[in-house]
Design a protein around this ligand. Structure first.
Ligand code: MG
Length: 163
């Protein structure tokens, strides 16, 4: 069986007057993540893991912050573009595991909606998508509620024999 593994990491700054979007889900919060797109840090980490699995670089290469067409972009749409990229090369996602590191807000009520949203966007089942949340125990910028970070691992499975 042809398999590839990819790892992704991202962090965005928390600021006032921005919506908080994680895994394609709007989460009520007095602060949101700053970024050129919707700054969905979880979806970005997953995209980087998908690209990394095939050594295709990172999302900054495909969706540069300097390009105005990605201003305010829905990261779920970008995720689907990356999914198309890997499918065109003969690969599909076996499973995703991820962790969001955030001191606040509490993410537990939103874990299942995030898994459902990501699964829907990728044509997968929620059982193929792990989303976990943890705090940073008050330490560093994430612990001081100045940022939210996310880590993701993706396993890709080759569609074709002899790849
Ligand atoms: Mg990002």
């Amino acid at each position: 069986m042809n398999i590839r593994i990819g790892n992704g990491y991202d962090i965005h700054r928390l600021v006032s007057d921005r919506q908080l979007i994680l895994g394609g889900i709007h989460i009520p919060s007095d602060k949101g993540l700053l970024g050129h797109s919707d700054a969905d840090v979880l979806t970005h980490a997953i995209m980087d893991a998908m690209l990394g699995a095939l050594s295709l670089g990172d999302i900054g290469h495909y969706f540069p912050p300097s390009d105005p067409q990605w201003a305010g972009a829905d990261s779920i749409v970008l995720l689907q573009q990356v999914d198309r990229l890997i499918q065109d090369r003969g690969w599909q996602i076996g499973n995703i595991d991820s962790v969001v590191v955030a001191e606040a807000p509490k993410l537990k009520p939103y874990i299942k909606p995030m898994r459902d949203r990501l699964a829907e966007a990728l044509g997968l089942t929620p059982e193929q998508i792990g989303v976990k949340a943890t705090t940073n125990e008050g330490l560093d910028a994430v612990g001081q509620k100045e940022a939210i970070a996310a880590h993701a691992v993706v396993l890709l499975v080759g569609n074709q024999v002899g790849m």
